[in-house]
Design a protein around this ligand. Sequence first.
Ligand code: DON
Length: 307
Amino acid sequence: MKSPIPDYLTKVLENARANDDGAPAAYIETLANADTSKMAVALATVDGKVYSAGDDQVEFSIQSISKAFVYALAIEDAGLSRVLEKIGVEPSGDKFNHLSLEKKTNRPMNPMINAGAITAHSLVVGPDATLEERTDRILNALSKLAGRQLHVDEEVYEAELRDADRNMAIGYMLKAAGIISCDPRVVVKGYIRQCAINVTVNDLAIMAATLCNAGVHPVTCERIMPQLSVRQVLSVMTTCGMYDAAGDWVSRVGFPAKSGVAGGIIGALPGQVGIAAFSPKLDERGNSVRGVIMCEQLSNDMGLHMM
Ligand code: DON
């Protein structure tokens, strides 16, 4: 029997298309020129079924969504206590590219803002790792999660690198504050490369479903992440994943999530379903306008709110 889910997802997509608000990220040239008519949504269940609608073959850069997975890698490579020495777990209430260091400890407030994500990137492999070693580790891990070989979009990488003054400044401040010990330029370049990895909504839904499945890949049944890392990642996604909209998101939509400036959003409801939405136009907080609408409708229709 044909599943009714793709037709339902098409309705969710068309409902969100009615909203034409927002604008694509302007600060990365390639993203500023994105085709804003493209939209897609996907669901992946913990038993490995993937359903999607819309432009589900369109690739876009993962951007800040990578922060959730790289945080997990930092925990795996450096250990949770070392990671907690370097990165806090409190919402910053600031924009994603603010420095937001804690007064007492100098730690970035959380791993979902740039300062915390750059620090998490520096903890992958080890302090003496080269740019290539860290980015290979991240690309391989994300590819394993997606179930196919992913690639860096060199055009997006170059475009962001041309305008990386703010992230470079964050890198140097982190070094001056004693939070990172390696060359800030190497770390920030690596962080920008991690953000430029291309994905589709199907990739993201299955990656999110691995988080829902306590770190076991729903299709290959391979354990990819320790359960403790997944718990940590989902916790910070809940409190900090949607930036300064995190409280609004948790009350309205109610599942752990992470967004990126290319217009992607992932949601992960533990034990149930991984969600991915894509549409390039963003609201003033940096979250995809139509992506938020799609997630909210999925949450309401399918009773996905955690409470
Ligand atoms: O650091 C940056 O500016 C980007 N490469 C990633 C930012 C991002 O996706 C924030 N999202 N809403």
